[in-house]
Design a protein around this ligand. Structure first.
Ligand code: WTA
Length: 679
């Protein structure tokens, strides 16, 4: 493959058809149902296997050959890699495809411009139904290059961090890809985060450039995005310029560091030479909650991440050329990175950018969109499914969903009722439902029902089978590997894979301590899991102090940090409790400072305000209870386990209370617990 070794200068001509995706090629014709030999041809040829389990075995036992073949075939390299992997899980050192150089934007755009320039890359499903905008690969390249040239003109160089605070839109995707084109490191911050949360992330990344929009539009309402950025930037001395794209025609105040993005872009050339990046150069940082109050900037690098997002996108969803892929996640989360942007685009796909909400203008929005855009794969969050199921079947059935082939969920456990409704009503019992388990840390889907033969069993509400190259193990409390089936334990992954995070930005020690120290030589996910009689996996929830509200991770310590800022709060403890729609809600216990008397409903409102100011709206507590004291151990540690059981009204499961300092604390709290938290 001589094109693999071409120098950078010939990159424009390097964007050749991929053998694997040209229409009519074996891969385009393959069916995950029929013959394994047409499936992942390069790997099956190497492995000489006849079925999925055998290919899975091969991917684990001969991981270097498996991933090496896929990387050579699926990615477009400027210079070839010399080693497939070099990983030491004990030290958290993970390196893939070293020696190789590539450019992510070339992989996601240029090579498709060469083969199918007028194929639609993005369908921007704007807030107002029916006002969608289609962007072809050719247009996406031009847009990306113009943003890249604008960034360069502002002095952004390889390795510099750029914070993107924008809703899903073509210009946001072009901004991400523009960073990759010039080797800058993007860090997308969910546009629902508050000014303070945004500022914290900008400061940690030491970003000099922020890209945003004047306003955002969601659910028929205008959101003053630029105002939030203005407040954040006041707290960030690193920021030198803010590029402002126009989502609406409304004028917003501009200061001397603000640059109108579209105006500047149009002055720039429509081509920008891509920078050759080393496989292990930083691609992006994405902040996520850990078990402390400080979010961590997980680092993903170029080749391994891109390959893993691409391959999982194609095989978990059985994505074929020409399909319209509808992942409704926001680009501010890892799901948006891997399955709105990088996976679909690297596969030359057509991907939907969803700007609205599941209930705007009515609860039929998703299915009306499916009908109008002819979406083939729909990927969403259980929380939205639970919400929509409450509105009844008519909103679904009034729309033609015959284009749908595969349904997916992600981000949190899906309960059987929601799974069943999604499968039976939305998919008319014709589309397999992928309950996909993965994390910001894993880069892409690790456990999902497919790929497998179409006849293979899918147990409702189970993530089921590990993806190729993923080796899940369950551990007991003593750090021993649990063998056999019908067993639960801490979910770890025993072997490295290309998509895994490489470090926490500027804090490798925290990375090692969080993920690699708890179970030496294993990646610890922080989740618990159950392995069924038949060896299928089901995720049972977090094992640390992270809660999952509507699929969004949040540390209880972050909520407590915000709550404790209130002038009357002496101390607090936040826990997660079951919530019918959101999956989990936060329940906060507070102890007031001496001599303070305040009504619970007043303090509740004030605390909601503080949390939304310090973190985001989705983080506000649903319940606040004033207590005289918190249950603590004699050494002063809050016993959250006890609080959880009290809220769940499982008083007979309080467990060992011998370390409890003051038993009256528990009795007082039991007496004051609010309503039925499940409602
Ligand atoms: C949870 C989202 C149950 C889990 C891609 C994980 C899930 C955290 C599932 C990661 C699932 C994700 N079933 N729980 N199918 N998928 N989770 O980093 O607790 O935002 O650790 O990544 O979400 O959240 P993150």
């Amino acid at each position: 493959m001589s094109w693999l070794r071409r120098p950078l200068a010939s990159l424009r001509s390097l964007v050749q058809p991929r053998r694997s995706s040209a229409p009519g090629s074996p891969l385009a014709r393959r069916s995950s149902t029929s013959s394994i030999s047409a499936f992942m041809p390069e790997a099956t040829a190497l492995a000489g296997v006849r079925d999925y389990p055998a290919l899975r075995q091969f991917s684990l036992q001969q991981a270097e050959r498996f991933w090496g073949a896929l990387a050579r075939e699926r990615l477009c390299w400027i210079s070839p890699f010399t080693t497939v992997s070099d990983c030491d899980l004990a030290l958290g050192n993970i390196r893939w495809f070293e020696g190789g150089r590539l450019n992510v934007s070339v992989n996601c755009i240029d090579r498709h411009v060469h083969t199918c320039p007028d194929r639609v890359a993005l369908i921007w499903e704007r807030d107002e139904p029916g006002s969608q905008v289609r962007i072809t690969y050719r247009q996406l390249l031009e847009m990306t290059c113009r943003v890249a040239n604008t960034l360069k003109r502002q002095g952004v160089r390889k390795g510099d961090r750029v914070t993107i605070y924008m809703p899903a839109s073509p210009i946001a995707v072009a901004s991400m890809l523009a960073c990759t084109r010039i080797g800058a490191v993007h860090t997308v911050v969910f546009a629902g985060f508050s000014a303070e949360a945004l500022a914290g992330r900008i400061q940690d990344a030491q970003a000099e450039t922020v890209i945003t929009t004047n306003q955002a539009v969601r659910g028929g309402r205008i959101i003053e995005l630029k105002k939030t950025v203005d407040q954040a930037v006041k707290m960030c001395s690193s920021v030198k310029h803010v590029l402002v794209a126009k989502r609406t025609e409304n004028e917003v105040p501009m200061s001397n560091i603000d640059i109108p993005l579209e105006e500047e872009m149009m002055k720039e050339e429509a081509f920008c030479d891509p920078v050759a990046m080393e496989s292990e150069d930083l691609l992006f940082l994405l902040y996520t909650s850990g078990s402390t109050g400080k979010p961590k900037g997980l680092v993903h690098t170029q080749a391994g991440y891109l390959l893993y997002a691409t391959v999982t996108h194609r095989y978990v969803f059985d994505y074929h050329d020409g399909d319209v892929f509808g992942c409704v996640a926001d680009i501010g989360w890892i799901t948006g990175h891997s399955y709105v942007v990088y996976g679909p685009l690297c596969n030359g796909g057509t991907t939907v950018l969803f700007e609205s909400t599941p209930v705007y203008p009515n609860p039929g929005r998703y299915w009306e969109m499916v009908e109008r855009l002819k979406i083939n794969q729909f990927y969403g969050a259980p929380t939205a499914i639970r919400l929509l199921l409450k509105y009844g079947d008519a909103w679904v059935k009034s729309h033609d969903r015959s284009s749908l082939k595969v349904l997916g969920t992600v981000g949190e456990p899906i309960n059987s009722e929601a799974w069943d409704w999604y499968y039976r009503v939305v998919g008319e019992s014709k589309c397999p439902v992928m309950d996909t388990w993965w994390q910001t840390e894993t880069g892409g889907i690790c456990i999902a029902p497919h790929p497998a033969t179409r006849e293979a069993e899918i147990v409702p509400a189970m993530a089921m089978r590990p993806f190729f190259g993923i080796n899940p193990v369950l551990m007991d409390d003593q750090g021993r590997k649990l063998m056999g089936n019908n067993i639960s334990g801490a979910l770890c992954i025993a072997q490295p894979w290309p998509g895994m995070a490489r470090t926490i930005y500027n804090d490798h020690d925290r990375f090692v301590n969080t993920y690699y120290k708890p179970y030496p030589n294993h990646f610890f996910t922080g989740d618990g899991a159950y392995r069924s009689e038949k060896g299928y996996y089901q995720i049972t929830g977090r094992l640390d102090d992270v809660i999952n509200i509507s699929g969004h991770r949040l540390a209880t310590a972050e909520i407590e940090g915000a709550v404790n800022l209130h002038r009357v709060v002496a101390e607090s403890a936040a826990i997660g409790c079951a919530h019918e729609i959101k999956g989990e809600a936060s329940y906060v216990f507070i102890v007031l400072k001496d001599g303070i008397d305040i009504a619970e409903h007043i303090i509740t409102e004030e605390l909601k305000h503080i949390v939304s100011q310090k973190i985001a709206k989705y983080a506000v507590p649903d319940y606040v209870q004033i207590v005289k004291r918190l249950p603590k151990t004699r050494s002063g540690k809050i016993m959250r386990r006890v609080l959880r059981k009290i809220v769940e009204q499982k008083l007979d499961e309080l467990g060992d209370l011998t370390t409890l300092d003051d038993h009256t604390a528990v009795q007082e709290i039991v007496a004051g617990v609010q309503g039925d938290p499940k409602e």
